[in-house]
Write a protein that binds this ligand. Structure first.
Ligand code: N2P
Length: 442
């Protein structure tokens, strides 16, 4: 190799190194957060940037992006092309990500900045999180709880009798045909319907709720699929975020939804004179949580852990709760005192599972903190591993069938309208022609 060639190669390598290090230093000023839509007090994003500067002396700009399905988050972080620094998936998806080795442990070392991450998290949530089965990994190292809730029915109390929604089979009640919105989230629908369909086995003790949380067998998928296909004509639409807005405006009668959406909609609706409530059917349901995680391909791990720490500050958790209607994982006496309101919630609930033994008769919002009797019948479903494709295929068949019924109706109506238009046009033409012939004979 000539001296000239060697020098040129060296220059190229140096240039590439400088470019890379410049890119790295630019990237360290950016924090990419990927969260559910309508799931944060957005003012906190800017406030975090200022707080980070105060705490570390470093600049950071948050790029905040939204998703509406857990599966999308997995697809994005799995390949590493989308280098998100913080994501907020749900229980079973966090379990799946840990199993696939896609997450980094969340650091609790913030130097002089206090660690807010583990303070006051309710033991109930800690237990739910610890049940994630990640082949020996401690889930509490990889995920920091954010919000939790249940799945049930939000309903318009002027249109629906409470006793009707105390069973999942209200989906089959002809009274509400065409007035029911369904959450477009396959796990959140599959699990409660499976619990409903397996009542006999659950009540006789033949199977336990815990074992059902692992059930994605062909037989169970087929059972749920069959049930969902039968009720498809009753469904007004599949929704992720618009159901709560529709219900708050007085549209629809029932929304199969998350408790947090109901928390938000009930407040909004009361301002508009619409009366909504939420309850969990007696057969039991899903209790879920969402948590902050740092993907393996994150580029700004430091700012990511500071962001998570900032969101765990008690005052910020409360601001997020107030803005979105969901419930923070934070328990403790101070949180209980802030949430209790005997005027707003004259009925009491037993929330000892969340706030400890003294909270067995407290004036809390039953939508946000259901009574222990309801919670005891709720479970958190696990990652289905290799069975996930079968679950997703069932889901697309169920939704596909629903779309095609609607599509068939649209096509049929369009064909009839076109046929009538052609028939009328031809009739007019014939009439004109025969009038023309008569005229020329004269
Ligand atoms: C908020 C979505 C909440 C997700 N739009 C519940 N797991």
């Amino acid at each position: 190799m000539t001296k000239l060639l060697k020098a040129a190669l060296l220059a190229i390598v140096c240039f590439a190194c400088i470019a890379c290090s410049q890119e790295d230093s630019e990237r360290s000023k950016v924090l990419k957060v990927y969260n559910w839509a309508d799931y944060i007090d957005e003012d906190l994003i800017g406030e975090f940037e200022n707080w980070y500067k105060e705490e570390t002396g470093e600049e950071v700009k948050v790029i905040y992006q939204l998703f509406d399905i857990n599966e999308v988050v997995l697809a994005k972080i799995e390949k590493g092309k989308d280098d998100y620094d913080v994501v907020c998936p749900s229980d079973y998806m966090i379990e799946r990500m840990m199993r696939k080795d896609l997450l980094l442990p969340v650091s609790r070392d913030f130097g002089k900045t206090p660690n807010y991450i583990d303070s006051n998290v309710s033991p109930f949530i800690r237990e739910l999180m610890s049940k994630m089965d990640a082949y020996g990994k401690n889930p509490l190292d990889y995920c920091v709880g954010y919000m939790w809730g249940t799945t049930g029915f939000m309903y318009n109390t002027d249109k629906v009798a409470k006793e009707d929604i105390l069973t999942w089979n209200v989906l089959n009640n002809p009274k509400y045909a065409g007035q029911i919105y369904m959450k477009d989230a396959f796990r959140d629908v599959y699990l409660p319907i499976l619990i409903y369909l397996k009542q006999k086995e659950l009540n006789s003790g033949e199977i336990s709720l815990d074992s059902l949380m692992y059930d994605s067998s062909d037989e169970s998928i087929a059972l749920v699929e069959n049930y969902l296909k039968n009720i498809a004509p009753n469904i007004a639409g599949w929704e992720v975020d618009f159901g709560k807005e529709m219900m708050a405006k007085g549209n629809g009668a029932i929304d199969f939804t998350w408790s947090g959406d109901a928390g938000w909609a009930i407040e909004q609706a009361s301002e508009a004179g619409v009366n909504l409530d939420f309850d969990i059917p007696d057969e039991g349901s899903n209790v879920w949580f969402d948590g902050w995680c740092i993907p393996k391909y994150a580029k700004n791990v430091k700012a990511a852990s500071y962001f998570i720490n900032f969101m765990c500050k008690q005052e910020n958790s409360i601001r997020n709760m107030d803005a979105i209607g969901y419930v923070s994982v934070i328990g403790g006496d101070q949180m209980l005192a802030l949430q209790e309101d005997s005027l707003k919630y004259p009925e009491t609930v037993d929330a000892s599972y969340f706030f400890g033994p003294d909270a067995c008769n407290v004036h809390l919002n039953h939508v946000q903190y259901p009574d222990i009797k309801k919670i005891m019948k709720c479970g958190t479903m696990h990652d289905s591993g290799d069975r996930t494709d079968a679950m997703l295929a069932m889901w697309s068949r169920v939704k596909g069938d629903n779309v095609s019924t609607f599509t068939y109706i649209v096509i049929a109506v369009t064909v009839i309208v076109i046929a009538i238009a052609i028939y009328t046009a031809m009739k007019k033409k014939n009439r004109r022609r025969s009038r023309g012939k008569k005229g020329s004979k004269k």
